[in-house]
Design a protein around this ligand. Structure first.
Ligand code: MG
Length: 113
């Protein structure tokens, strides 16, 4: 991850793009990339979304890369350790959604008894 953060920073600096990479702009760019990713799944059935043709899967792979790069860029600009944030969130979700109460159920945490 450290190497990826360094590469993203170097790419940005070599192009003098720091001036455009405010957190607001990076969030917007991230959302655009998420939409590009979602577009590949729009109108597919559940089954089709599980069995993407190779060409479509490659396009999805590229968009996933775009999403991660913007997420790395955003978190770096905000001084947030991306992996630490993800690990913390997984821990919170484990407490919020205890497996014995939530197994096999797709409800929000406040809808469980
Ligand atoms: Mg893209």
């Amino acid at each position: 991850m450290k190497k990826l953060v360094e590469e993203v920073c170097q790419f940005r600096e070599e192009r003098d793009w720091e001036q455009y990479h405010s957190p607001k702009n990076l969030v917007m760019a991230l959302m655009v990339e998420c939409a590009e990713l979602a577009e590949h799944f729009q109108w597919l059935t559940q089954e089709e979304s599980r069995n993407l043709p190779a060409e479509k899967k490659e396009a999805v792979r590229e968009e996933i890369g775009d999403v991660l790069v913007y997420l790395v860029n955003l978190s770096e600009r905000l001084g947030i350790d991306l992996l630490e944030a993800a690990w913390e969130k997984i821990g919170k979700n484990r407490r919020k959604y205890p497996a014995d109460k939530t197994r096999g159920k797709a409800k929000k945490y406040n809808e469980y008894e």
